[in-house]
Design a binder for this molecule. Structure first.
Ligand SMILES: [Zn+2]
Length: 435
């Protein structure tokens, strides 16, 4: 299968030089970019005319709970602990594989339609999420949420579910549906479970994913119980490692940031979710960058966001840092776009395959329609600024993963939209009634 994106007006490469190329074509063969230039071979199985369009690498969302998209708008305006304990966990007790499958499909629809091509997920009934991702044609790293106090039944169940999921993905043999290991958080996992999770991630050579330092009260609780802050606690357990991708990282001291940097830990910054749950403070992104920590962006689940639109999260990321630091230039738009593309690929350890538009990389691409009120005028200052501050998910016209068109001219190609909307609406209302 060959695909030609012809006459791209602006090609945002996100390569080493961060070049934006003008009036070039991109040729794709069997899912891989084979040519970028002004004179490509014209014959192709599919041709997309990109005159007047922007093409950029597909966006990468490094922290979400996909099936929770069905809880959108269910429990707004609450703090994390209350939100989890009184609203989310009671509902989750009644989850079924089928409900999670449709919740995940809804999340896939939203990602495809807003330009996300790869994501890192942590939730339950992950076999169903994997099937949804495979049907949608997206690229994902999926982790079964690991929970449980020392010696608890939940601890054993979490291990069993994770082991079963590891086997399931091996049998599925879909190179776009990958494994991650997801111990939920320090406050919800025994130290043994954390160490076990790290060992499984090492053995399977994959991403280890955890929630870290999301709220001040969580840090206070760990300090009270263990006499040490969260990062120190994980360091003592030998948990910190280069394949660890930690979500949130809001309440970190400078010395904790240094510890993360020393161990090569990667960060998924979730500004919209943090602000919505009133986590207070703002993640110390500039300090992380000073110390060389790789930073990426996550939306978190739609239940605490309420969207999976990475354009929105990029904008809020930039605004939150500028506002907090009284410095509008604290975070360059180019860096913010890096967080959502090439740096996120680094955070997942797959920057040689995705995150930029380069020959021999996977054709995970997004085409932006510029003939919309919010993108005119364009490129008067900086095109990258336009993408971070002005663009919205709905400006995405076509979404491509491994050369496959998942959405073409805003029409989803791989999933049955109306069935997913109907089913999810019905499932969500039933769960809410039961909860
Ligand atoms: Zn989360």
């Amino acid at each position: 299968m060959s695909l030609l994106l012809r006459n791209v007006s602006w090609l945002v490469t996100q390569n080493q030089t961060r070049a934006v190329l003008r009036n070039v074509s991109v040729r794709v063969e069997d899912g891989i970019i084979t040519e970028i230039g002004t004179n490509p071979r014209e014959a192709a199985d599919q041709i997309i005319d990109c005159e007047g369009k922007i093409v950029l690498p597909g966006l990468i969302n490094t922290h979400t709970h996909l099936a929770m998209t069905m809880f959108r708008g269910y429990a707004d305006d609450m703090r994390l602990e209350e939100w989890l304990q009184s609203k989310i966990w009671p509902l989750e007790r009644n989850l079924t594989p089928e409900i999670c499958h449709y919740g995940a499909l809804l999340g896939c629809l939203e990602m495809i339609s807003t330009g996300t091509t790869t994501f890192l997920d942590m939730y339950f009934h992950m076999e169903e999420v994997a099937k949804a991702v495979a049907a949608a044609g997206l690229r994902a790293y999926l982790s079964h949420a690991v929970f449980g106090g020392e010696g608890s039944e939940l601890e054993e169940k979490s291990k069993e579910s994770t082991e079963r999921f590891v086997r399931f993905l091996k049998e599925l043999q879909n190179p776009q549906v990958n494994l991650a290991i997801g111990p939920h958080a320090i406050y919800s996992c025994s130290p043994e479970l954390l160490v076990w999770s790290k060992e499984v991630a090492e053995q399977e050579k994959t991403v280890l994913h955890i929630h870290l330092a999301e709220t001040r009260s969580e840090q206070a609780r760990v300090e009270k119980e263990h006499g040490i802050r969260e990062t120190g606690y994980l360091e003592k357990l030998g948990f910190l490692c280069p394949n660890l991708l930690a979500a949130h990282c809001v309440w970190l001291t400078k010395s904790e940031v240094s510890t993360l940097a020393k161990r090569g830990v990667k960060v998924s910054h979730c500004p919209v979710s943090n602000m919505k749950l009133a986590s207070g403070g703002v993640a110390p992104i500039p300090q992380m960058l000073e110390r060389g920590v790789v930073v990426s962006i996550g939306t978190d689940g739609a239940a605490s966001n309420n969207s999976l639109d990475m354009f929105e999260s990029m904008k809020v990321c930039a605004l939150a840092q500028a506002h907090q630091r009284w410095d509008p230039a604290i975070l360059a738009p180019q860096k913010v776009l890096d967080f959502a593309t090439i740096d996120a690929a680094k955070a997942l350890g797959i920057e040689s395959r995705i995150g930029s538009v380069e020959v021999e990389k996977e054709a995970d691409l997004v085409v932006i329609n510029t003939m919309t009120p919010n993108l005119v005028p364009l490129d008067g200052g900086s095109l990258i600024s336009d993408l971070v501050y002005s663009a919205k998910g709905y400006n995405v016209e076509t979404t491509i993963v491994h050369g496959e068109l998942l959405m073409k001219n805003r029409v989803i190609q791989t999933l049955n939209e109306s069935e997913i909307y109907e089913k999810t609406q019905e499932n969500a209302l039933t769960l809410i009634k039961q909860g």
